[in-house]
Design a protein around this ligand. Structure first.
Ligand code: SF4
Length: 325
């Protein structure tokens, strides 16, 4: 069995809410609230949930683009939360991120050669400019953009091509882990599959491990080996992809799956429509955070928080109903 490349242990990220003339902290947004999971070497773990559930904050906290409130992030056996700036800089080479918005994440005043070459310069991975440009050219070809694009600027590209530049920039330093933060959400549906396929091909070629963040289960279905479902700062279910799609245990996962259109009319399923909006993470509901919207909630749900437990081989979920069965 593959070893864990990344382990996230009891991670919390709270943002203070300030108010009044003295800007005192009056509450906290509990964006990520005590989550634990691991990503195995070479796998893709999909992290899915509605917007505001904490999935992007999780990705950024793992990379220490945001500092965690509590918890550990263990990368290759080392708790990176304890590293100083210099040690962290070295680790950053191994952990890269691809952002959601290919429009906003590329500097419009830099050429493609400089955008992709910048991390090579920062980490001193080329002896001179010629060697650096050769590397850039090679990476651009691997992401489906030829050397002829080297001296062009981001505005000259389509959304899909810009995301390919973002992927090339992440690959430039030969990372081990890529956190892909909704990498296809801003793209046309017709282009999404091309970028997902590209990421899959690159995974094989470069031996990459992915944490793939998305807001719906249909996007991660193709690429993930396992999937974690997040709701209001908590992971509510985590298992193997096939198991999740065939046998979802948590009512929230069941509702997300019911929203995916089915191409085969024989497999048509009833849509589970959730009542209300996602509650505020400043004051999350008591007990099970999903209880105000859960179609299966019962008297214990608002009172006690369900434990995140294993119900079958590697299939984890947090729901009182499962404890009853
Ligand atoms: Fe629904 Fe209760 Fe299970 Fe929460 S614990 S998901 S409210 S049945």
């Amino acid at each position: 069995m593959a070893e864990n490349l990344l382990e996230v242990k009891n991670l919390k990220k709270y943002f203070p809410v300030k108010a009044g003339v003295f800007k005192r902290t009056v509450a906290h947004v509990k964006a990520v609230d005590d989550i634990s999971f691991a990503v195995k070497q070479g796998e893709t773990l999909g992290l899915v949930g509605e917007s505001g559930c904490g999935k992007s904050t999780t990705g950024r906290t793992i990379l220490r683009l945001l500092e965690a409130t509590e918890g550990e992030v263990v990368f290759e056996g080392k708790n990176i939360m304890e590293l100083d700036k210099n040690e962290m800089r070295a680790i950053r080479r191994d952990m890269q991120i691809i952002f959601q918005d290919p429009y906003a994440s590329l500097n419009p005043r830099m050429t493609v050669a400089d955008i992709v070459g910048e991390p090579i310069d920062i980490h001193k991975l080329a002896k001179n400019k010629k060697e650096r440009n050769q590397k850039v050219e090679e990476i651009l070809e691997n992401v489906g953009l030829g050397a002829e694009y080297m001296n062009r600027y981001p505005h000259e590209f389509s959304g899909g091509q810009r995301q390919r530049i973002g992927v090339a920039r992440a690959l430039a330093v030969d990372p081990k882990l890529i956190i892909a933060d909704e990498p296809v959400s801003a793209l046309d549906v017709s282009v999404q599959a091309q970028v997902v396929n590209l990421l899959q091909d690159l995974q094989q070629e470069y031996g990459l491990t992915y944490l793939f963040i998305a807001h719906d289960l249909s996007v991660v279905k193709h690429i993930s080996d396992r999937v974690a479902v997040m709701y209001l700062g908590k992971i509510v279910e985590l298992t193997d992809k096939k198991e999740l799609y065939d046998n979802p245990l948590h009512p929230y996962t069941q509702s997300l799956l019911s929203a995916i259109p089915e191409a085969d009319p024989k497999k048509k399923k009833d849509r589970i429509v959730l009542e209300g909006d996602v509650p505020s993470p400043v004051d999350p509901p008591s007990g099970c955070r999903f209880h105000p919207r859960c179609p299966k909630a019962f008297d214990l749900c608002p009172v006690k928080e369900p434990e995140f437990k294993e119900y079958g081989d590697g299939h984890f979920a947090a729901c009182h109903l499962l404890e009853k069965e």
